[in-house]
Design a protein around this ligand. Structure first.
Ligand SMILES: [Zn+2]
Length: 161
C-alpha cells in the first residue's frame, strides 16, 4: 500500500481530525491555516497570527515531520499542543485563559482533561528516544557533535519553544 504523501493537505486532514475528536467544544471563530515552516531542532510547531492578515491563525509545523519514520501520533500530538494554545486564546480570537501559554502544567492538564494523556506520554517518549538521532541525521556535523556526545543534557522538554 502506498504511503500518504506528507504534504500540507495531509497536515490539514490531521488538524481537522484532532479538532473534531478532541476540541469539538472549541469554536473556530477565524480562518485557521496549517503548513510547514523551517526545519528546526527544537521547535516542533508554533501558532501565530498571519502578519499580512491578523485575523488568520497560522499553525506552522516542522518539516522534519515529512519523514516517514516520524509516527503520525507525534504529528497529532504537536497539532494538539498548538490547538491548546488556540483554545487558551493565544494567537486566536478566543479569550486568553492564562498569562503564559505554558504556565505550570497547563499543557499536560489539557491533554488529561480531553482524555489524551496517552498521546501526550507517547509523544514525549518517542521524542526522547528518537529525536536526537533524527537531528543528528538532519543537521551538519558541527552542530551534531553536541547532541551525540552522550552526556549532553537537553533542557526538558527541549523540543517545544
Ligand atoms: Zn507551546
Amino acid at each position: 500500500m502506498q504511503m500518504k504523501a506528507r504534504d500540507e493537505r495531509w497536515l490539514q486532514q490531521i488538524l481537522d481530525k484532532v479538532w473534531d475528536t478532541c476540541f469539538a467544544d472549541v469554536v473556530q471563530d477565524n480562518d485557521v491555516r496549517i503548513g510547514y515552516g523551517r526545519k528546526a531542532k527544537r521547535r516542533l510547531g508554533s501558532i501565530s497570527l498571519d502578519p499580512q492578515d491578523r485575523t488568520i491563525s497560522l499553525i506552522t509545523i516542522n518539516p522534519l515531520f515529512r519523514r516517514e519514520d516520524v509516527p503520525e501520533y507525534v504529528v497529532e500530538a504537536t497539532i494538539f499542543h498548538e490547538l491548546t494554545h488556540y483554545a487558551h486564546g493565544f494567537n486566536s480570537p478566543l479569550a486568553q485563559a492564562q498569562v503564559h501559554p505554558h504556565a505550570g502544567g497547563v499543557m499536560r492538564r489539557e491533554y488529561a482533561e480531553r482524555g489524551m494523556l496517552d498521546l501526550y506520554q507517547l509523544q514525549k517518549r518517542w521524542l526522547k528516544d528518537n529525536w536526537p538521532r533524527i537531528i543528528a541525521e538532519e543537521f551538519p556535523r558541527r552542530s551534531q557533535a553536541r547532541l551525540t556526545s552522550g552526556e549532553v543534557k537537553l533542557p526538558k522538554p527541549f523540543w517545544w519553544a
